[in-house]
Design a protein around this ligand. Structure first.
Ligand code: TAP
Length: 483
């Protein structure tokens, strides 16, 4: 498929080149600092074209065992004994190497996952590097992070991550674990294993001692075997609420520490005194960033009744300009849906929205012929009971409702099993305080949306999970603190 087979919204195609580096045809498992073969392989495909990119090793129980053994050996013999400042140097080195190969990582992420190159280039890769830099600084200062406590590592950490931010999630998890003196076995998602495997190459280049980080690829069974392994001391999971619940059941009574970063259904609340044009940009960013494959996506919009017609008109006008197409094209706003399964899930929920009586609107532009695509979509006439209001769609679909008073907005916004994030748009500071304290969500943005920083803790309440990642709160999840 060539760049010209995609739509580019009236702009001349501006594809990022992908010929300055190689994605290997086959990838093995990275265990104990070596590339280890497995009996079986699975394919990873480009969701924008359906083409197979690479064949990746499938880790089964035997390989999971090997990886945990390698991590335990590295923990006992090397990493937990190393002076903390030395650990920090490795993390700095990894951060710098990632910056040097930023373009390669961005292009790989886009080819493997379908997200627009603008996002992988400007968000995923720089933020991943920032997480390594930030945690490198903490490695020899943990006593200052937790004054009065005796700080020790936990041991071997099992980390399982999803497909929506594969590199960034790997960095969120690996960097704090290593800074605190733990060793790691990480399993990336089945549909997006490539940037984690490239990270392994980078660990090699950084001279990271063998076994400190092990990357094993596979499907849900691989993840399950890893989190259930008896020699794991902590489980760090990001993914769906259903799998999070299963993991919580499996670690119960084992003494393993755990953190669960799960789903979300964020309320983005726009008051009549908000800067409307900025709010419309925030709504677009909130739900269409990364095709809506974002746990903290602003998927429920609450607009004050007095401005609802105006906001929806402006939003529709803006949505008409969004370019859905080649993820490698720098003009593209909305890339490919990550997998056929995810596309089916989005379609099912959108159909449920229509069947339940909500009113669907989509912009007039088309989508490419091949690959997995879904047009940016909004629903009006939504009720609190609708599935599209209650369930996480994890796609570019916005459910709009109105409200009259701040209390009504809060009541409706909090009527969800989730509690991950939220947004408030108003020019009144007092209203920001009322709403941010009233919203039952781990992160609330005011007059902006989807802003992330390694210094800032991220995580949810209720069915959105337990524990925080990032900042000092995130560090504490990787330490044994004796007061
Ligand atoms: P899941 O299906 O839960 O998969 C997440 C990871 O767990 C994948 O690596 C998956 O492997 C693996 N897995 C599947 N079954 C498992 C089991 N029984 N035991 C252990 N591991 C298992 O989620 P997803 O569809 O990839 O990701 C989307 C979900 O993640 C959404 O709900 C989203 O909100 C959430 N998410 C949350 C956050 C935060 S920070 N709260 C961030 C990003 C995403 P396979 O890939 O092979 O299935």
């Amino acid at each position: 498929m060539s760049a010209n087979d995609f739509l580019s919204g009236g702009f001349a195609p501006a594809p990022e080149s992908a010929d300055h580096f190689k994605i290997k045809k086959n990838y093995d498992l990275y265990i104990g600092g070596k590339w280890v073969k497995a009996a079986k392989r699975f394919k990873t495909t480009n969701p924008a074209t359906g083409e197979v990119i690479s064949q990746v090793a499938l880790a089964e129980k035997k390989e999971v065992n090997l990886a945990v053994k390698a991590a335990r050996k590295a923990y006992d013999e090397t990493w937990s004994k190393m002076p903390a400042a030395e650990r920090g140097k490795y993390l700095f080195r990894i951060a710098r190497l990632l910056q040097e190969r930023a373009r390669e990582f961005a292009v790989t992420e886009t080819i493997d996952g379908g997200k627009p190159i603008r996002e992988s280039r400007d968000v995923d890769v720089p933020l991943a590097a920032a997480h390594f830099f930030y945690h490198a600084g903490w490695a020899d200062k943990l006593d200052y992070a937790f004054p009065g406590a005796k700080v020790a590592p936990l041991g071997v950490v099992a980390q399982v991550i999803p497909w929506n931010f594969p590199l960034l999630m790997a960095a969120w998890k690996i960097a704090p674990a290593l800074a605190c003196g733990n060793t790691v076995v990480l399993k990336p998602a089945e549909t997006t294993p490539l940037t984690a495997l490239k990270l392994a190459e980078l660990f090699d280049d950084a001279g990271l001692p063998p076994g400190v980080v092990n990357i094993i690829t596979g499907a849900g069974e691989t993840g399950q075997a890893l989190v259930e392994h008896p020699d794991v001391n902590k489980v760090a999971f990001t993914g769906s609420t259903a799998v999070g619940k299963a993991i919580r059941r499996s670690v119960a009574g084992t003494g393993k520490k755990f953190t669960l970063e799960l789903g979300g259904k964020a309320a983005n609340i726009v008051f009549e005194d908000a800067p409307i044009n900025e709010a419309v940009e925030g709504i677009v960013n909130g739900i269409f960033f990364n095709q809506g494959h974002v746990c903290c996506a602003g998927s429920r919009l609450f607009v004050q009744e007095s401005i609802a017609v105006k906001v929806i008109k402006k939003l529709q006008k803006r949505m008409e300009t969004l370019v859905v197409g080649n993820p490698l094209d720098k003009n593209t706003d909305i890339g490919a849906i990550n997998s056929v399964e995810q596309l089916e899930r989005i379609k099912t929920l959108v159909k449920a929205g229509q069947d339940e009586g909500a009113c669907l609107w989509q912009p007039s532009g088309g989508v490419p012929r091949k690959g997995n695509w879904f047009k940016p979509t909004l629903f009006t006439e939504c009720a609190q009971s609708h599935r599209i209001v209650q369930e996480e769609i994890f796609g570019p679909v916005l459910a709009i409702q109105t409200f009259r008073t701040p209390q009504e907005a809060l009541t409706k916004a909090n009527n969800t099993p989730y509690g991950l994030s939220g947004g408030v748009w108003t020019d009144k500071g007092s209203k920001i305080f009322k709403m941010t304290t009233g919203l039952n969500a781990g992160v609330v943005w005011a007059n902006t949306f989807n802003k992330f920083d390694p210094t800032s803790p991220f995580g949810g309440f209720k069915e959105s999970g337990i524990g925080r990642e990032g900042g000092v709160h995130g560090l504490s999840a990787y330490c044994d603190l004796k007061i």
